[in-house]
Design a protein around this ligand. Structure first.
Ligand SMILES: [Ca+2]
Length: 285
């Protein structure tokens, strides 16, 4: 880690992203990723900086520490969540303030659940490597039908036209919800370089928010160009709440309440879910 910090210092990454505390930041993968990006950048580009937002915790709520969160969304005053792991994958409706699971259905045992979004009166959920998606009735949680897609399934969200899927690469794929056919692809880049490992997604006020797997960063992506125009740094959010963490309990869960403009985040096996407010970090000269 020390070598990485030294390297990052040499590359001026601290200035580039204004990351707060490299020595304590538990986001090795993110830093490695960003470092790799920077190594491949021409010297001139290294002087370009992405704006960074910090998170102020507005509220914190209980979250099932057994929930391996893969998808999260807010709809009709409640959270909907999909969880993963073989034999433990579920679709659930969750009360925001109590964290109580109000309704739940198991995803068939052989599948590893992944991202989920709501479209009209249905929930669409993905599986990791089975190339199989499920459509559930939003109210009854009855499984209505299945669909297939190529590649892996990681995160899922939607805008007013398309379902938007991530698969662990730097490419987001857009699907027509009525046919579930892929209609276009978008490569996500930061400072001119593709950003891999895009995971849980959320459409927020005309932008795509994406977790980067095993990091504590959320990217804010222009849905037309694919360019990351700013980054939310959630380093230390869980620790701030006085909670330890293991190797798998990474940030993974973004939900937006468009009516009240509330942004929620959680992670795999996190005992807390946070409502956060974004504050622009001053750019140092
Ligand atoms: Ca989401």
């Amino acid at each position: 880690m020390q070598a990485l910090i030294t390297l990052l210092t040499r590359l001026n990454l601290r200035r580039l992203l204004d990351l707060r505390s490299l020595k304590s930041a538990p986001c090795g993968m993110a830093l490695t990723l960003l470092c790799a990006m920077l190594l491949a950048l021409p010297a001139q580009a290294q002087r370009v900086r992405l704006p960074v937002f910090d998170a102020v915790v507005v509220n914190s709520y209980p979250h099932d520490p057994e929930a391996f969160t893969q998808g999260l969304l807010f709809r009709d005053g409640v959270l909907f969540e999909s969880t993963g792991l073989h034999g433990r994958s579920t679709i659930r409706k969750v009360a925001l303030e109590s964290g109580k699971v109000l309704q739940k259905v198991d995803i068939p045992q052989q599948y590893f659940g992944e991202g989920m979004t709501a479209w009209k009166d249905e929930l669409y959920s993905l599986t990791w490597q089975s190339q199989t998606g499920f459509v559930w009735d939003l109210k009854t949680f009855k499984l209505k039908r299945q669909f297939n897609y190529s590649g892996e399934g990681w995160g899922l969200t939607h805008n007013d036209q398309h379902l938007i899927l991530s698969d662990g690469t730097a490419t987001l794929r857009f699907f027509d919800p009525s046919t579930l056919k892929e209609v276009k692809r978008l490569q996500v880049t930061a400072l001119g370089r593709p950003v891999e490992q895009l995971n849980e997604l959320e459409w927020v006020e005309g932008q795509i928010y994406a977790n980067v797997w095993k990091s504590e960063l959320i990217l804010r992506i222009d849905p037309n160009s694919g360019q990351v125009h700013s980054v939310i740094d959630l380093s230390g959010l869980l620790q701030t709440a006085g909670v330890g963490r293991g190797s798998e309990d990474v940030l993974n869960g973004i939900a937006y309440d468009a009516a009240k403009k509330r942004l929620f985040v959680t992670g795999k096996l996190w005992p807390k879910l946070f409502e956060i407010r974004l504050v622009a970090r001053p750019m140092t000269p």
